[in-house]
Write a protein that binds this ligand. Structure first.
Ligand code: FE2
Length: 485
């Protein structure tokens, strides 16, 4: 429980605050980054990214990786050159702590542990995803409303509630942009507040106006980090990482793993209603991220990373069982459903032998059949360097050809890890793959530019940064570079 004594001005010597995970707290604009090789002319646009970077040492002396303040960055590419900008999102929380010169918020998603002076303030950190829609840039965090940023300067414009229309208190950090309609499909879980079972399914049209918000109840209050959308269906997943209000009020964590509960998968038609939701079930498992989903008639395919339980080591098990990283490693997996089947079961098939997470596709085929998936592989036989929320960072970049089953992987060195890849579309080609590389030996970052069709050939070009970039979670590619900063 908090007290009024000032917290330490030093970050604790813990893995989540050390090495590549050490808070950078840097806001900057760097013109013309150093480039080794030649940047392809096809790179014309901006790669926005978002991740947690704690402004102050934790009030309670310890904290988890994902509770840091949102820092949004942009690599702006034009004519063989690249600029870099990074800014904190000025959330209510950030501003309150900056004014007090210290941290004031306690445990992750537990307002009962906050300093009395910030009661009632928005706890959102806007630290998970940078997302561009209708020419506007947003920073998203699943427990709160989006913040809108200026796409050029990254200055914060304010909280975004769709002109006061959105009733949900939360918006997922895994938005789905329909490449055909331009719609932004999203949901909010714990939509009515902490531990509520309420889920809001929402759609904003291609101009950004909220045109749909329907609420339903999940089988139990659970973390719903991502969801899936196809041309005709929306799929919600409820995995047993659960929230217990009494536990929170007693100063406990927001989340606990309860492996006695089933996984529930809700399927509804996009032209239907949440009232028509069909629930499929299987024993407890976990998934943070969906690569893509598509349907052929009533046959639905979802490619996602699945683990035996929650992969975050700081989600304690309700039964006290220890977290086993190897047994709980996530694998890229294909789930197949028949939406019209009278059965509540579905099939599951692992697509790659290399464990890992952060699957991405060419977003132009989002919601439609895709061929390639790229993700960060964590091969336990190679160096395990701490970077990011799970513990070890991705020591490989992996490409899966879902048509042939072929798996290729790029390994750079024993001192490097990769952050989430980004596919940049190139007409008539598979595209370019970008990824931030953490250099654990020098404490600096670079960006590799790869031919997505042949990632094992190594970088076409490498962009060198004079700073370290703390692991960002998710990004978005906008094909236009805003006029200069
Ligand atoms: Fe995520």
């Amino acid at each position: 429980m908090p007290n009024d004594s000032s917290p330490s001005r030093q970050f604790p010597p813990l893995p989540q605050f050390s090495g590549m995970n050490a808070p950078s707290r840097i806001e900057c604009h760097i013109k013309d980054l150093e480039v080794v090789g030649e940047l392809p002319q096809a790179l014309q646009g901006t790669w926005y990214r978002c991740g947690p970077d704690p402004q102050y040492p934790p009030m309670l002396g310890d904290d988890i990786y994902i509770n840091g303040d949102g820092a949004v960055s942009a690599f702006s590419f034009a004519d063989g050159r690249v600029d870099f900008t990074m800014r904190y999102v000025r959330t209510q929380r950030f501003e309150a702590e900056r004014a007090a010169h210290r941290s004031l918020f306690g445990l992750y998603r537990n307002p009962y542990t906050d300093h009395a002076s910030v009661r009632g303030l928005d706890r959102g950190t806007a630290n998970t995803t940078a997302f561009v829609h209708a020419g506007r840039l947003f920073a998203l965090k699943e427990d709160s409303l989006p913040y809108e940023l200026d796409p050029v300067t990254l200055e914060t414009k304010g909280r975004h509630d769709f002109d006061g229309k959105l009733r949900s208190r939360t918006v997922t950090a895994h938005p789905k942009r329909d490449p055909e309609t331009g719609e932004w499909l999203f949901f909010g879980y714990e939509a009515a507040g902490d531990a509520s079972k309420d889920v809001a399914f929402c759609v904003a049209d291609k101009h950004g106006a909220l045109v749909r918000e329907e609420w339903f109840e999940a089988p139990y209050a659970a973390m719903q980090h991502d969801f899936a959308v196809t041309r005709d269906y929306v799929i919600f997943s409820v995995f047993p990482t659960v929230c217990d209000l009494d536990h929170m009020k007693a100063g406990g964590t927001h989340w606990m793993w309860d492996g006695t509960l089933d996984t529930w998968i809700g399927v509804m038609r996009r032209d239907g209603s949440v009232k028509d939701m069909r629930w499929f079930r299987r024993p407890a498992c976990y998934s943070y991220h969906v690569g893509n989903a598509f349907n052929t008639g009533s046959q639905i395919t979802i490619d996602l990373c699945v683990s035996a339980r929650n992969v975050f080591p700081y989600v304690p098990a309700r039964d006290g069982s220890a977290h086993d990283p190897e047994a709980n490693a996530p694998y890229l997996t294909r789930w197949s459903f028949d939406a019209d089947s009278p059965e509540s079961s579905f099939t599951s098939r692992v697509l790659s032998p290399i464990p890992g997470e952060l699957p991405r596709i060419d977003d132009r085929v989002s919601m439609h059949p895709h061929r390639f998936i790229y993700y960060g592989g964590i091969d336990p036989r190679k160096s395990q360097l701490m970077a990011g929320p799970i513990g070890p960072g991705s020591n490989h970049l992996v490409r899966v050809d879902t048509q042939t089953g072929g798996v290729t992987a790029l390994f750079l060195s024993n001192t490097t890890t990769f952050q989430e890849p980004q596919l940049v579309p190139v007409p008539g080609a598979e595209g370019l793959l970008l990824a931030v590389v953490d250099h654990h030996d020098t404490g600096l970052a670079s960006v590799v530019v790869l031919n997505a069709a042949d990632i094992t050939a190594g970088p076409i070009a490498q962009i060198k940064l004079p700073i370290r970039l703390r692991d960002a979670f998710h990004g978005d590619w906008a094909p236009l570079t805003p006029k200069t900063i």
